[in-house]
Design a protein around this ligand. Structure first.
Ligand SMILES: NC(=O)c1ccc[n+]([C@@H]2O[C@H](COP(=O)([O-])OP(=O)(O)OC[C@H]3O[C@@H](n4cnc5c(N)ncnc54)[C@H](OP(=O)(O)O)[C@@H]3O)[C@@H](O)[C@H]2O)c1
Length: 312
């Protein structure tokens, strides 16, 4: 199949591209900075392209002969002109318009768990508006996916906490310690996308994607500390202290937590069932995967091994 991926250079995208390329599909990745992702060009069936999403009919020409379009573009925090409205709404709307205009047979769209126009965070509001409008678009064979936090080699969850714990080896104040997540393995997210491509049962639906178990943020950070042998004392902060700490941290560029992240954690990021049966994925636990990459083993080797495990 010919598959065009927007957001194919990121954490999820790179795993997805590798998985699809290993199955022999021809892939075009649309990226703003092809020069930063030359490693993806080394895959024989992958090419990179850069476009102006808002130029007249440019996106339409790029996807015209493609069987599947996958939109993974997203940001957790806005940076300069790259706002939630631009990435999650305007770019996503253009993708929908273009796929509709050229009659792309299949569109897969990445949303987020708890995406909702009435959510407390701008991230979830922007994701929610688009999820709703994408699913309501007439004449599209579309499926949307809403994962909880995604883990895997190079994730920005366990790896981020591991780095922070190393920076704070004695005392680790943790905001939103009671927030709950059901972390889902990147290989399972990618399998859910791939298995849905040819399955008409999944058309017009949103799928929440969770791992097999839910944990509090405190439990997940404790778990991370155990994996990296950190003896830092993790101090869970209650709501009274979490908010001012987050407000203070939000003032620093590159802060590990923003007020919008804080607001998104007000609602538990967990599912009633980890994954719908028709996706044909048996979600893996953090315990079966995370130790492999927090151990600091060679990254390329880990990716290969995890992909092999995905195919088993
Ligand atoms: N990671 C998680 O735990 C998680 C959980 C739930 C949902 N999600 C969603 O999953 C998707 C992928 O997440 P990720 O962790 O892989 O993110 P990531 O590593 O930050 O990658 C984001 C991708 O979005 C693209 N992008 C950013 N701004 C763009 C713009 N203005 N126009 C076009 N493309 C743009 C980037 O492409 P270029 O820089 O190459 O242009 C990049 O490939 C996102 O939609 C995210 O919201 C992620």
């Amino acid at each position: 199949m010919n598959i065009c991926i927007i957001g194919g250079t990121g954490f999820v995208g790179t795993y997805m591209v590798n998985a699809l390329a290993s199955q022999g599909h021809a892939i075009k990745i649309i990226t703003r900075r092809p020069e930063c992702h030359r490693h993806l060009r080394t895959l024989p069936t992958v090419k990179l392209s850069t476009i102006d999403f808002f130029g007249s009919k440019i996106l339409e020409r790029q996807i015209d002969t493609y069987d599947v379009v996958i939109n993974l573009a997203g940001i957790l925090n806005p940076a300069g002109q790259n706002t939630f409205e631009l990435v999650h709404e305007k770019v996503a709307d253009r993708v929908v318009q273009a796929t509709q205009a050229v009659g792309t047979p299949r569109l897969l769209h990445m949303s987020a768990l708890n995406a909702d126009e009435n959510a407390a965070s701008q991230y979830l509001i922007s994701k929610g508006k688009t999820q709703k409008s994408v699913l309501a678009t007439e004449g599209l064979n579309v499926t949307t996916f809403s994962p909880s936090v995604i883990f895997g080699p190079q994730d920005s969850f366990f790896n981020r906490f591991a780095s922070l714990l190393k920076m704070m080896p004695v005392f680790f104040p943790l905001a939103c310690a009671n927030a709950r997540f059901a972390p889902v393995f990147i290989g399972d997210v990618v399998d859910a996308f791939i298995h849905s491509i040819d399955n008409p049962q999944t058309y017009g639906k949103n799928y929440n994607l969770c791992g097999p178990q839910s944990y509090s943020l405190y439990e997940l950070v404790q778990y991370t500390a155990q994996q990296i042998d950190s003896s830092s004392r993790i101090v869970p902060l209650n709501n009274f202290f979490s908010k001012p700490l987050t407000m203070m941290m939000d003032l620093f560029p590159g802060s590990p937590i923003t007020m919008d992240n804080y607001n998104s954690m007000k609602k538990e990021s967990v599912c009633s069932h980890s994954m719908a049966e028709e996706l044909n994925v048996k979600p893996r636990s953090i315990e079966s995967i995370v130790p492999q990459y927090l151990s600091g083993k060679d990254f390329a080797g880990q990716m290969d091994e995890l992909r092999k495990q995905s195919r088993r």
